[in-house]
Design a protein around this ligand. Structure first.
Ligand code: NAP
Length: 214
């Protein structure tokens, strides 16, 4: 219970951020590193190598870094394409990476989290407001929302789990803006706060929606 007391008292946490060098991840990592110890995971970037689509790789990562107080995942892929062109294999990209990647991170990671720790997963606005070409990405996001609500009922030792679901973020407008007609980009400061709320707050089973009133 010592670790739990530390977390609640605002003491420095050891936080693993998968995807911490990505568009959203680097802003979240920069912010949280002002107060906490950060370990960044990625396939080809960060401090520790991990591919969340491979559960053996997740296990190896936790064995190498040891216990942490919080795990944030801001990684995971899904194929964007017209529904009538999507093959069964195309759907498995999202299922294996963004969906089961994050589920396996929690399934394996629960054994490496200090008591009172937390998981924060990432989905996105497509779960609630899909746009064209996103049958896979939207489906996977919705699945993660349901997983988080259900897992929060069963995680032990005071471990919490939430998911941040953001609209198109400001820093990704150049890359993806044309796919989101009429959407107002979400300021990075607001997105960062979704992760801060999950990690430093007390909520569990929450879908933290950072949308712009759509
Ligand atoms: N951009 C947006 O506007 C937006 C809005 C809402 C939600 N999201 C979601 O947020 C997540 C991050 O988006 P982003 O725009 O920041 O993406 P990004 O810039 O492509 O960054 C993704 C990061 O995740 C790592 N990564 C990717 N696949 C991985 C895997 N299988 N295992 C381990 N690490 C992996 C990448 O590093 P390596 O290449 O080194 O592995 C990279 O650091 C995505 O799931 C996205 O759908 C994005």
């Amino acid at each position: 219970m010592k670790e739990q007391a530390n977390i609640l008292n605002g003491v420095i946490m050891k936080i693993l951020i998968i995807g911490g060098k990505g568009t959203i991840g680097k802003k979240v990592s920069e912010h949280l590193s002002k107060k906490h110890e950060i370990v960044i995971g990625g396939r080809n970037s960060g401090d520790v190598s991990v591919d969340i689509a491979d559960s053996q790789s997740i296990k190896r990562m936790f064995e190498s870094i040891g216990n942490v107080d919080a795990v944030i995942c801001i990684a995971g892929e899904a194929k964007w394409a017209a529904f009538d062109s999507m093959t069964e294999k195309d759907f498995y990209i999202g299922l294996n990476s963004k969906l089961m990647g994050q589920v396996n991170l929690v399934r394996i990671g629960q054994n490496y989290l200090n008591s009172g720790g937390s998981f924060t997963l990432t989905t996105g606005i497509l779960a609630d407001h899909p746009v064209a070409l996103t049958t896979s990405a939207a489906m996977v996001n919705g699945g993660i929302h349901s997983f988080v609500k259900a897992a929060s009922l069963e995680l032990k030792n005071g471990i919490r789990i939430n998911v941040v679901s953001s609209g198109l973020v400001e820093d990704a407008v150049q890359q993806y803006g044309t796919y989101f007609p009429g959407h107002n980009p979400i300021p990075m400061r607001k997105v960062i706060n979704g992760y801060v709320k999950s990690v430093e707050g007390k909520g569990t089973g929450e879908i933290i929606r950072m949308y712009d009133n759509c």
